[in-house]
Every structure is written in C-alpha cells, then in structure tokens.
Design a binder for this molecule. Structure first.
Ligand code: PBG
Length: 339
C-alpha cells in the first residue's frame, strides 16, 4: 500500500493522470485548447466565363469552376454558413494569355466582374483576389519571361497595376501569390497613391515550389509551359528563409501573411506565427484536398474526420486563417456539431 509520502515523491503518476481530463465528452469539450470557427475559413473559388455552368475538375472531385451566375448563389450560401471571406481565381481563355498579363488589367476582365458580382450579391463578405500572372501568362509563369528568366521588377509593376485594378473593382484584399522580391512594397505604394488606403494585402510570403498545386493548375490550366517555379518559389527544405520572407513582407506592408502549402509546412506556420505581428493564414492547397478525397473515395479514410483533424492541425500550428476547399463542408460540420 502506498503512503502519502510515496505518492508525492513520485512526482508524476498516479498523482498526475492525463486521462482525468478525457473521462467524459463534457470534460473533453471543456479542456479543448483549440477550436475551429467558420469565420476563419477563406473559401477559394474558381471562376469561368459562361452561363449557368459548374465545370467539374477531375483531380478535385466535388469541386467546381463556376460561372458568375452560380458564383452569386455560392457566395450567399457561404456567407450563410458563417464564412467571412472568399479568395477568387479566374480561368483565362488561351487566346487572352500573353507574356505580360495584359488581360489581368482589363477593367472588364473576368476577375474584375467576379469581384463586382460577389460584392453585389453579398457585400459583407471580404473579397480577396489572387494577384499573379500565371493564369494570364502564355508561359504559365508568375512573372514576365525574358530568355527563360522570370523578371522580378517589371513583374512587380504589373502586379501593382493588377492590384489597383482589383481594388477599383471592389476587392477588399489583394493576395499576391507570385514570390517576386519587393512586390508587397510596390503594391502597397500603388494602392496608397491611388487612394486605396484600406485595401488589404494578404501576401503569400512562404510560398514553396511544391507538387501539391497540381490539381489547381489543372483547374486553371496554369501549369508552367517550360521549367519549374524554383527560381521564385521556395525550397521545401528551408524554414529560416520562410521567416525572413515573412518579416520582409510584414515590413513592406502586408496585412496578412500566408504560408502555402499547408500540411507539410505546419512547422513553418508555427515559426512564422511566432515571428510576425499580423494574422497568419495557411493554404490547405488543392493537392491536399485531392489526397483526402482520393483516400475517402477508396474507403480508406473517413472524409469528415480527416477534414476536421487536418484543419484543427492548422489552428494548433498557429494559423488564424485557413484557405481551404473544404471551407463550406467544415463550416457545415461545425454548425451541426453545435446544434
Ligand atoms: C499561383 C498560385 C498557385 C496556387 C495559388 N496561387 C499555384 C502555384 O503556385 O503554382 C495553388 C493553390 C492550390 O494548389 O490550391 N499564383
């Protein structure tokens, strides 16, 4: 029989039993350290020209490219679910693509019309726009190409013009996803000088050269036509560099810092969130969506549990915002669990 002295001197078990806090649903609920809320999800949306069309993406089962009329309905639905923001991407017809992204600046381009559509349908939503050349580029790169090199400063100038054009259409936040050096400052200065002092910038600061974007590139037909993105997107082996990129973007005026992809980079989310003093978002990218869908289709994983476990991982790692193709699904699950 153990005495009081024995128990105290042991310094651990059985005085300390971790299972006490797991005994009942109420106890587990009460001691939950992190919670997901629909307001933290950013819903990425793919927009196409046309009417009344939801175009399936083979590598993203259950996700669709949508025309503006459908977009209108979808954003209302997302807002009802408690989602606060959407991140718009457009699929640009081949004949409108060139080396310098001319179409990206068209005031009546698909992105500009998409922004207006969302703002008219659900003005309360925070409308974020992708700012990058790849969907507009005949080379499928995030910058202007010269002799197979991606030009930095001329690209930043186009991105700044694109950002102003999106702000003019009504975008609340522009989201440069290209990784050119100094582009946050160039964009910030352009927005300021055009009077868009309240337009936010969500910078993809730690944006890795990853294979997990494959399905997204299928969706937008935006895969690089030559080479890869390794001269601008980051080396997956690096974390110090990610922290540096995030710090620079914060100094240049980024309002939100993004890490992309998500799951294989949760250490980066943690490191960046401990360094910067702005909200950090993580992008749960298309390939990560595809992995869960594929395993669920085979009956190898429970889809709903896999989604929620993944998303809470982002939160635990330090992400305050999560861009995810599961935004609506997760918001529904959260609502159901509360009702
Ligand atoms: C590029 C951009 C990409 C994604 C968002 N912005 C593709 C890329 O970096 O090549 C990918 C998102 C996803 O895979 O879901 N400007």
């Amino acid at each position: 029989m153990s005495t009081k002295a024995d128990l105290t001197s042991s310094g651990g078990f059985p005085i300390i039993r971790g299972r006490r806090l797991r005994v009942s649903p109420a106890m587990r609920e009460m001691t939950t350290e992190h919670r997901l809320h629909p307001s933290m999800f950013i819903a990425p949306l793919f927009v196409i020209e046309g009417k009344n069309t939801k175009s399936p993406i083979p590598s993203m089962p259950g996700y669709f490219r949508v025309t503006l009329d459908i977009l209108k309905k979808e954003v209302k639905e997302l807002y009802k679910l408690g989602i606060c923001s959407v991140l718009l991407f457009v699929k640009v017809p081949d004949e409108l693509k060139d080396n310098s992204g001319t179409e990206a600046l068209n005031p009546d381009g698909l992105m500009q019309r998409a922004v207006k559509t969302v703002k008219e349908a659900q003005p309360e939503l925070v409308v974020m726009t992708d700012v990058a050349l790849d969907p507009y580029s005949s080379y499928g790169h995030d910058g202007i190409v010269e002799n197979s090199i991606i030009l930095n400063d001329p690209t930043s100038e186009v991105l700044a013009k694109m950002s102003v054009s999106h702000a003019q259409a009504g975008a609340d936040v522009v989201a440069p996803s290209d990784m050119m050096d100094g582009r946050i400052l160039t964009i910030r200065q352009s927005l300021e000088s055009e009077g868009f002092v309240d337009t936010g910038i969500m910078s993809y600061s730690a944006n890795y050269a990853s294979c997990f974007y494959g399905p997204f590139r299928d969706a937008l037909d935006s895969a690089p036509g030559f080479g890869d993105k390794k001269t601008y997107q980051m080396n997956p082996a690096n974390i110090q560099e990610a922290v540096r990129e995030a710090q620079l973007d914060e100094q240049e005026g980024a309002d939100i810092i993004m890490v992309k992809p998500g799951l294989p980079y949760l250490d980066v989310v943690r490191a960046v969130s401990e360094t910067v003093n702005v909200p950090v978002s993580a992008y749960h990218v298309s390939g990560e969506y595809a992995m869960i869908k594929a395993a669920a289709e085979k009956g190898w994983l429970d889809e709903q549990q896999a989604i929620m476990e993944t998303l809470i991982g982002f939160k635990r790692a330090g992400a305050g915002l999560i861009a995810t193709y599961f935004a609506a699904d997760a918001a529904r699950m959260i609502k159901e669990s509360l009702s």
